[in-house]
Design a protein around this ligand. Structure first.
Ligand code: PRP
Ligand code: URA
Length: 210
C-alpha cells in the first residue's frame, strides 16, 4: 500500500458504516450517516493543513495560537454522491470554498463521463479535498484528480467512505502523489462494477431516486 493511503480502523466509523450498509436504512438516516462519517474522516485528513499564528488575548494574558489559514482549503464533491459528504467537512471548515466536479459512470463501459466543473478561482494555491463516498474502479476519482491537477492544484486529498481494491490501486498508480483516505476497504467489484458487499448505489440512497 502507498504511504499516502490511509485506511481507517476506528470503531465509531465502523459502527456508522454498519448502519450505512444496512438495506433497511432509509434516505434520511443514510444522509446523516454519510455526513457524520465525512466529518470523522476529515478530522484526520485535515491534520496537516496550513496554519497561521494569531495573537489572542484571553481574560488572563496574550497567547500565540495556530489557526487555520483562510482560503487555504477547498471542498470539492464529485456529483452527485460526493454532495452528501460536504456538510460533514463544512462543519469543521465552515468558510471553506466549495467547487463541484460533475461525473457519471457509464453503466455499460464503467468509464466516467464529465458534465460539469466549477472550481474556486485560486484553486492552484489551495489544498483540494475531493469527496466521493464510493471508489469502485477508481475511474471517476482519477479523472477528477486529473482536472484538479490541470487547474494547477498541487495538494490534493481524496476522501472515500467505501473502496474496492481496484479503485485504491488505480489511484495509487495514476496519482501516487495525492493523499487517499478510505473509511473501509471492501472485498471486490461485481460484474456491474458495484462494490461488494458495499452499500448499493450511494447517489440513489442519498437522494431517494430509486
Ligand atoms: C458513483 C460514485 C462515484 C462512481 C464510482 O457515481 O459516486 O462517483 O460511481 O465509480 P468508479 O470508481 O468506478 O468510477 P455515479 O456515476 O453512479 O453517479 P451519481 O453519483 O450521480 O449517482
Ligand atoms: N457507485 C456506487 O454508488 N456504488 C458502487 O458500489 C459503485 C459505484
Amino acid at each position: 500500500m502507498n504511504k499516502n493511503t490511509v485506511i481507517f480502523n476506528h470503531p465509531l466509523i465502523s459502527h456508522k458504516i454498519a448502519l450505512l450498509r444496512d438495506v433497511n436504512t432509509g434516505t434520511r438516516q443514510f444522509r446523516e450517516l454519510v455526513g457524520e462519517i465525512a466529518m470523522l474522516m476529515a478530522y484526520e485528513a485535515l491534520k496537516d493543513i496550513e496554519t497561521v499564528e494569531k495573537e489572542i488575548t484571553t481574560p488572563l494574558e496574550t497567547v500565540t495560537q495556530k489557526t487555520v489559514k483562510e482560503n487555504s482549503v477547498a471542498i470539492i464533491p464529485i456529483l452527485r454522491a460526493g454532495l452528501g459528504m460536504v456538510n460533514g467537512v463544512q462543519s469543521l471548515l465552515p468558510t471553506a470554498k466549495v467547487g463541484h466536479i460533475g461525473l457519471y459512470r457509464d453503466p455499460k463501459t464503467l468509464t466516467p463521463a464529465d458534465y460539469y466543473c466549477k472550481l474556486p478561482e485560486n484553486i492552484k494555491d489551495m489544498t483540494a479535498v475531493l469527496l466521493d463516498p464510493m471508489l469502485a474502479t477508481g475511474g471517476s476519482a482519477s479523472e477528477a484528480i486529473g482536472y484538479l491537477k490541470k487547474s494547477g492544484c498541487k495538494k490534493i486529498k481524496l476522501m472515500s467512505i467505501i473502496a474496492a481494491p481496484q479503485g485504491i490501486e488505480k489511484i495509487e498508480t495514476d496519482h501516487p502523489d495525492i493523499q487517499l483516505y478510505v473509511a473501509c476497504k471492501d472485498g471486490k467489484l461485481n460484474s456491474e462494477g458495484y462494490i461488494v458487499p458495499g452499500l448499493g448505489d450511494a447517489g440513489d440512497r442519498l437522494f431517494g431516486t430509486k
